[in-house]
Design a protein around this ligand. Sequence first.
Ligand code: MG
Length: 381
Amino acid sequence: MAQNRRKFLTQVGLIGGAVMSGGLNTNIFAKKINITKKNSTMKFSFKPYTLELKHVFTLATSSRTTTPVMLTKIEYEGVTGYGEASMPPYLGESHETAAKFLSKVDLAQFKDPFDMETILEYVDEIDTFNPAAKASVDIALHDLVGKLIGQPWYKMWGFNKDKTPYTSFTIGIDTKDVIIQKTKEAAEYKILKVKLGRDTDKMLIETIRSITDKPITVDVNQGWKDKFFALDMINWLKDKNVLYVEQPMPKEMVDDMAWLTEKSPLPTMGDESVQRLPDVIKAHGVYSGINIKLMKSTGLREAFKMLNLAKALNMKIMLGCMTETSCAISAASQLAPEVHYADLDGALLIKNDVFEGTRIIDGKVTLTDKPGIGLTKVLPY
Ligand code: MG
């Protein structure tokens, strides 16, 4: 009996260990740890950079032609991991706030880069908020650890890179003629994304439908304030080959949103409502699914946990981005094989990408086989 109990506990322990390591191949892990030198330290650095956008980016509240980002690095034993914080102004972070946060990050105190949970918990506790700045450390650490192991993260997580979805490609709010032109230019992409929430909503959809019948996704960015109006709009959209409706109502209107999701013939996706891991539970029963973005989640480690929690709750999962370089896009796309929808067009919208990595080929999110997050640096910075 005691022997059986011991055997049982050993099995439980083994299962626990596998979960804690995120399903990694621990043999590879152990081999690499052995070859790291005892006295090596991680050197963390960061640099502000400004992305130049190919087109003016228009949201319901603002327009802009640049996005501030912070490019980060962790150097360890001659290996460099790269990271990035993308900080569109309306989200509350900037070069200044990120520099202030990142100057407090002291990774030299940690001897082992593989101790990711401890390191990233420390980073999270330096200050509240600052999700993009935190993500820039998380991404660099993932890139470094993947390179030390010699494998890309999608592989270590056991994902199949052939299963990545097509990405949606955003057609911005504009005049009818420009929308027609942009829709024609987007021929390569299999799914179009439209920002709704203005009085031009039906015109936008009908204009695109006059050119193509390919699937459309819509993002209302909290723009519909009345649940009956929202339901009427979704019923209208359902016959227009629309895949899902992102953040139809203000995030505070939780009860109305739950009502809408229950009645909606299309999946509803929470974006502004869902930042980090605890928000996934709050979104359950309110939305059909969630939009995971590294710049909200504080990086890959928490995004991976959000993905698994959403799966366990049988929710739809979409993977989104900001305008960002191929660094953050390549990091996010390591999760892409396991999501229902991808909205990873961020690096396609900029003129001065610093990296090559995950690419969009014939509309599909296409991962590289390179270790870490799969990057090659193409511009010095
Ligand atoms: Mg959105």
